[in-house]
Design a protein around this ligand. Structure first.
Ligand SMILES: Cc1cc2nc3c(=O)[nH]c(=O)nc-3n(C[C@H](O)[C@H](O)[C@H](O)COP(=O)(O)OP(=O)(O)OC[C@H]3O[C@@H](n4cnc5c(N)ncnc54)[C@H](O)[C@@H]3O)c2cc1C
Length: 508
């Protein structure tokens, strides 16, 4: 393989180009990114998972360089507000992992199981994780150098600026850019892609093609007719409306996800503004109703702030790599923005493909293994997202009642929820990969305990075992949190990250 054409210059296209350029195969291939001047990148997607940190580390770009260029902030996790109506569980924080969690996770899990067995003990996750405390105090989840306990944080960023930054970096690293619309795709007699027909009637040939054309899926779906598995029966949201608001007060180090009448609203802090949006189901409300509800939620009913409306499709292609074509980004699939997982899946897809290239293993068996692995990652991540909706207890609208009553759940998710409700440990099943793939054990416990999925008659059982000392946990977390700087202060002067500081987080 000598020439790879990436069709699409959104975040997926440029991330893939940079990972290819960075690979040990990079010197041997020419990579061209073709981008339509008339079809823009989607221009939303302002949050990441902690995996994004690995992306920038892998391509050797410092936070102090890319973060200011993209108005980026640190993210310790996500607050879910109003998803549950169970008393005491109306709000919880999904914390990103920290090495310190190893000191508190056992007590949390033990208390969760006691509560599932009807003991009246404290089992709300917010108490047990340093990241929740940092978010509450608007601290950066990156400790001072002398404190060696890392938090595995993510980021928020201006997605348009991130695209521009990655584009610039890719050009510096030898990637070619061709701003041309692809009118048609030509296949050879075996069914492989042979060339792209560009506007102006030019033919563009390459050995391998990467489809980063977003929801249009020009190569993988429209040309190669790869089957598509829809997630719409389990994930009802198919539209979003977004609008910015000015920053006020300290800069949060978390995303806020607030349940509204027909979906949920995100609030994402950047250094220059907040990004806000409402992800909703068009089967349950119109775009006008959604916009009005978001404006009311933001206190902008009478303000002259323009709104941006978007449609989205949730699901995935069955073969992400088919013939001489790989699909990455929205072209391969999309779950929904709730846990900001899309760029993580871009990164994993591109990295897995780079590994295959480096091994020189591009045969049919390698393709089948690759596709099975990507499908598992997509479906496992979908299950984690679906669990948020399934366990909601709101009854104010048809939307929430339909989500709670939804029976279109995957078999692994049904098994996981049954195991939980029977108060059996879920950790083994998740680690063995028999259910709950896609998210670590800690995230599942946080979600299900955070939503308050416990028996109604808690308190009817007393075990007699000594309870865990919450005061000791509070003390540990409070003293540890003193080693993390104010978020705004750190963003004002981001220090380089010494290589030896990067520690493996043990995933519970
Ligand atoms: C409401 C919403 C919120 C989201 N929030 C998040 C989030 O918080 N975190 C996250 O990780 N992700 C999020 N996402 C997903 C995220 O926006 C995308 O995964 C990411 O931007 C990558 O998009 P892309 O590059 O695949 O596609 P796009 O940005 O759509 O880029 C497509 C590219 O293909 C090119 N193209 C299309 N057709 C042609 C053609 N015929 N010829 C040549 N070029 C062509 C276009 O010019 C463009 O450059 C969100 C998505 C939505 C809809």
């Amino acid at each position: 393989m000598r020439h790879i054409a990436i069709v699409g210059g959104g975040t997926a296209g440029w991330m893939t180009a940079l990972l290819l350029a960075n690979s040990s195969y990079g010197e041997r291939i020419k990579v061209t990114v073709l981008e339509s001047p008339q079809v823009g990148a989607i221009g939303v997607g302002e949050g990441s998972t902690p995996w994004m940190r690995g992306f920038f580390e892998e391509i050797g770009i410092e936070e102090s360089e890319w973060m200011p260029a993209c108005d980026a902030t640190y993210k310790a996790g996500i607050t879910f507000d109003g998803w549950s109506t169970r008393p005491g569980f109306e709000r919880y924080f999904h914390a990103f992992a920290s090495m310190l969690d190893n000191l508190t996770m056992t007590q949390f899990v033990d208390n969760v199981h006691r509560r599932l067995n009807r003991e009246d003990v404290h089992a709300h996750p917010d108490h047990y994780f340093i990241a929740a405390r940092l978010a509450r105090e608007c601290k950066a989840p990156r400790p001072r150098h002398e404190f060696p306990f890392d938090v595995w944080y993510g980021y928020h960023f201006d997605s348009v600026k991130l695209g521009q930054f990655l584009h610039r970096k890719a050009l510096e690293r030898g990637i070619r850019h061709l701003p041309r619309h692809v009118n048609a795709v030509q296949c050879d007699e075996h069914g492989d892609i042979a060339a792209l027909q560009l506007e102006g009637d030019e033919r563009f040939e390459a050995d391998f093609f990467i489809d980063c054309t977003g929801f249009s899926g020009l190569l993988i779906e429209k040309t190669l007719k790869t089957p598509y598995t829809s997630y719409a029966d389990a994930l009802f949201n198919d539209a979003a409306v977004a609008m910015p608001t000015p920053l006020d007060g300290p800069i949060m180090s978390q995303t806020i996800s607030t349940a509204l009448r027909h979906g949920w609203a995100w609030k994402i802090p950047l250094t220059a503004r907040y990004g806000n949006g409402y992800v909703y189901s068009t089967a349950h409300c119109t775009p006008e109703q959604a916009e009005t509800e978001l404006r009311r939620h933001l206190g902008l009913l009478d303000a002259d702030v323009p709104a941006r409306h978007l449609r989205m499709r949730t699901g995935r292609v069955d073969r992400h790599w088919h013939r001489n074509c790989l699909a990455v980004g929205l072209a391969q699939g999309f779950i929904e923005p709730l846990e900001a997982t899309a760029l993580m899946l871009v990164q994993r897809t591109a990295s897995l493909f780079v590994k295959a290239l480096e091994k020189g293993d591009l045969g049919e068996a390698a393709q089948a293994g690759f596709n099975a692995a990507m499908n598992t990652q997509f479906d496992g991540t979908r299950d984690y997202i679906v669990a948020h909706y399934k366990t909601n207890t709101r009854s104010d609208t048809d939307y929430w009642r339909a989500n709670a009553a939804n029976t279109h759940l995957s078999e692994p998710l049904v098994r996981l929820l049954r195991t939980w409700l029977a108060s059996r440990p879920i950790a083994d099943g998740i680690r063995r990969g028999t259910f709950g793939q896609g998210y670590p054990v800690m995230s599942w416990y946080s979600l299900l305990a955070g939503m308050g999925l416990f028996p109604d008659d808690v308190g009817s059982h007393v075990s007699g075992d000594a309870p865990h000392s919450l005061a000791a946990i509070d003390n540990l977390i409070e003293r540890s949190a003193r080693n993390f700087p104010d978020h705004r202060e750190l963003l004002g002067a981001i220090p380089p990250r010494p290589r030896e500081e990067t520690l493996q987080v043990y995933f519970w």
